[in-house]
Ligand binder design. Sequence first.
Ligand SMILES: Cc1cc2nc3c(=O)[nH]c(=O)nc-3n(C[C@H](O)[C@H](O)[C@H](O)COP(=O)(O)OP(=O)(O)OC[C@H]3O[C@@H](n4cnc5c(N)ncnc54)[C@H](O)[C@@H]3O)c2cc1C
Length: 468
Amino acid sequence: MTVNRRNLLIGGASALALAGVSALGYMGVRPSRKQAPGVSRAEKVNASNTNPSEVDVAIIGGGIVGIMAAMYLKQKGQNVVVLEKGVVAGEQSSRAFGWVSSLGDEARRLGLAAPSGAVWRGINEKLGVDTTYRQNGLMYECKDDASIAFWEQWAKDHPEQGGDSVQILRGDALAARLPGGVADSWHAAVLQPLDGSVEPPAGLPRITNALIAQGLHVVEGCAVRGIETAAGAVSAVVTEMGTIKCKSVVVAGGAWARLFMQNLGIDMPLLRVYSYMMRLPEFANAPLGSGWGAGTPWRKEVGGTYSVGLPANIAPMLLDNLKFAPTFYESLKQNWSKFELDPTREFYESLFAQTSWRNDQVSPFEHERILAPDPKYVETKDALHKFQAAFPQAKVAPIDQWGGVIDITPDNAPIIEKVAQIPGLVFAAGMSGHGLSMAPAAGELIAQLVLNETQTIVDPKDYSSARF
Ligand SMILES: Cc1cc2nc3c(=O)[nH]c(=O)nc-3n(C[C@H](O)[C@H](O)[C@H](O)COP(=O)(O)OP(=O)(O)OC[C@H]3O[C@@H](n4cnc5c(N)ncnc54)[C@H](O)[C@@H]3O)c2cc1C
């Protein structure tokens, strides 16, 4: 990775200086936003509370990435267990906005999001359940002709990855997607009708239950502390409930994946950023599908209620975030993130956070079963004002607000790779706020890497951490 000595020195020195100065203010610091204990938003899954003694593949993390990897590995005849420290979909995968999209993605994300879109479009039929996925389109406002030209070019550049379906909407076609109109009339919009959405608290749990009914073994409340190796290669995972022999381990731990690897002595370039969401009650003449315009993203939910998100993710002040700020500067900009300069209690906690432990010791994963930050209300209020200024018909009070922690990489595309130092270990994290959209193809790639297949859905080189 391009964390060079100079950046590390600058970042490290600023972190220490800030830590020293800020420590003086510890007593008056804002409290942590993390709920303790974290409360799940996800529908319940019929998981097990007992471990198998031996499997082919152990997957760490019951988020969308871990479960999709399990689905493909099962299809390939592997004996798989998914180990989740909290509850399935307790973290990002139930806290997301719910867009299943590829419109505007750059090449790496698009490589996974385009084939994933096709899987999502068939998932209700494939699994025989209503996962809440709907193909209801994603639209972005185009403020001027330059913006239209940008989208026309994007469509031309990716004809087979959805570009052929992209439409520029004006006049009546635009009005049909915005039944109540908008306060300022829009110049135009770009629509990807192939894109869709899923209700995050329901989607992954329903997919998981369908797979459990087909024989997938999923264990909840089971943190993985580490791995064991024989002759340098994976031979077992060590969990808080005992050891499971296995040939391969997949690390699909989302916002915890960096910490898991740190304990193995491997530094993965991932940062945590926060995002907050709110739900509005149903209102008349709501804009259709999902979209972004007038400064906020929105999504009409399956039941008629409405989600509104923040225009920017928030990079909290944490030790890693300060240390790697120079490396992640571009990524945070592209990811619409902004740095938060007033520390919460999590900042002080991050200064002293445990980054190594033995397999017979309680690990940090057991201290925080569900990572669930409360929303920062000043940010959600601001997003709501923007949305209501554009859509006056939405003058209703939110009925729910929540937050989530997102793991991002320096280029906002995931790291999915066989870990060179430990044969049998596959790493898959850093979905960078797009994991719902990319998970099916990511899961297929993970399965192909685990099984050392030479024909893969995308070129694994593009997703290796060696690119940093
Ligand atoms: C507010 C918000 C909005 C978002 N909006 C969208 C969107 O609209 N579209 C989109 O595509 N994506 C969106 N995302 C991103 C998407 O939710 C994530 O990219 C995706 O859910 C990541 O899936 P995952 O499986 O990698 O991680 P997670 O869903 O976080 O799952 C990882 C799991 O691993 C478990 N775990 C970690 N370590 C261990 C361990 N040692 N032992 C056992 N279990 C462990 C955790 O408990 C967790 O349940 C959003 C995210 C947030 C927070």
